[in-house]
Design a protein around this ligand. Sequence first.
Ligand code: C2O
Ligand code: CU
Ligand code: CU
Length: 498
Amino acid sequence: MAEGQGMTRRQALTLAGAGALSAGVGVAGLVNEWGSPEPRVVGGGSSEGGTTGMELRQPDEHVSSGGELALTLSAVAGRAQVAGRSVECLSYNGSVPGPTLRVRAGDRITLDLDNRLGESTNLHVHGLQVSPSDNSDNVFLEIKDGETFRYEYDIAKDHPAGTFWYHPHLHHTVADQLWAGLCGAIIIERDDVPSLGAQQERVLVITDVTLAGDRVVEAALPDRMLGREGDLVLVNGQLEPVVTVTPGGHEHWRVVNACCSRFLRLRLDGAELRQVAGDVGPLAAPTSVEEILLAPGNRADLLVRIPGEGTHELIAEPVDRGSAGMGRMGGRAGGTGEAVTLLRVNARGDAAPGASLPAQLADLDDLRDVEVDQKRVLTFAMGMGFGRGMSLTIDDKTFDAERVDQSVRLGTVEEWTIENVSPMDHPFHLHVWPMNVVSRDGSPVEGPPEWKDVVIVPAGGNVTVRMRIKDFPGRTVYHCHILDHEDLGMMGLVEAKA
Ligand code: C2O
Ligand code: CU
Ligand code: CU
């Protein structure tokens, strides 16, 4: 009874209107104070809809000039538009998702992160091959409420062109802060990438969230164990928006899976889909795809062509990502049972000529038959613990920012086999150095080299990847990109030295 009353008070706080937030308490801060071992559902009910059918908006875009992009990124707790309504959430510069940063290889990005969340945060540039130290992509920094911190990222001239993204990375709060609205896209361009002749380029940042009224609903512990999935799946913060296209022409869509845990298996029936880039920039050649599977953190650049007039739906098909089938988790499954409509595509008007696509896009590095300097095996596991329910570990350990788990040498090639002995899939993510997938469950990957920065390691399976540790001394991390798992400790530290 006492616990019940306590929860009522907490619930009242969560739902207390603008007061709680303007008093300087961020949504995610409330969540963390209340991390309770008991399953709790706050908000009492699923999201009522939102406004659908609006034209898909593009986040504000900031473009570098003269080799520089300088921007203040204000992380704020307050109202922003989510699913077509005004919601108390977290945002960068007042919008969910935050602004798109468009730069060129060789540029410097200077971001003043102005923290007005009412709680600590920091910033990670996901997929960028930049230094993990000092004021670059350093995830060990804590930027306190009220502070402004200058991040500087030097993007090498030979950095791949592609679609990347940014999100907070302060351990224990990453999922809550992303869920509440903090993310944005980064586009890197290069002169030597062949033109795709697309009529229109669009960014599609896909997130999911559960709302109750004008509040973001916090995730209960069992949902964190499984990896939370929201009732609403949004594209650029919108619910089932509409994209109007010209029949016959090509559109270039840069798709980011910015969901905390949801895997996206995307289909667009009635359209021709070609993938032209993945996590680490261009594929070797445009590749026709029926559907595309994006784990949290993954990106895909797609060329989309609808041959004639008509309306088609971009669908996320259900994905079974395993179950936490132990003890009181009661065999709950991760992943949803239903397909979700993400947006509608209206092809209208006179047909446009399609582009003639380049036969080859890039000459990709291939580590599959190079000599390896060091091999390692990392084991991902979930086990029953005491008090806090299940444990999520890598090599039987949870994250410790003071402990170096892997020491690597600059100038070498590493081979890591990620073993998953748990009943759920874990998307493995490594910062700084992209991974070339060599084999899955012992079967070699054939065909063009596959480069990723998030690799799905299926329940009970394993994946072997190779990395060229070509630059950047310092410490950084690898982790499960089900961000609840990361926050619960499924993360390790890697240090690179000369
Ligand atoms: Cu997108 Cu370490 O994360
Ligand atoms: Cu990352
Ligand atoms: Cu995981």
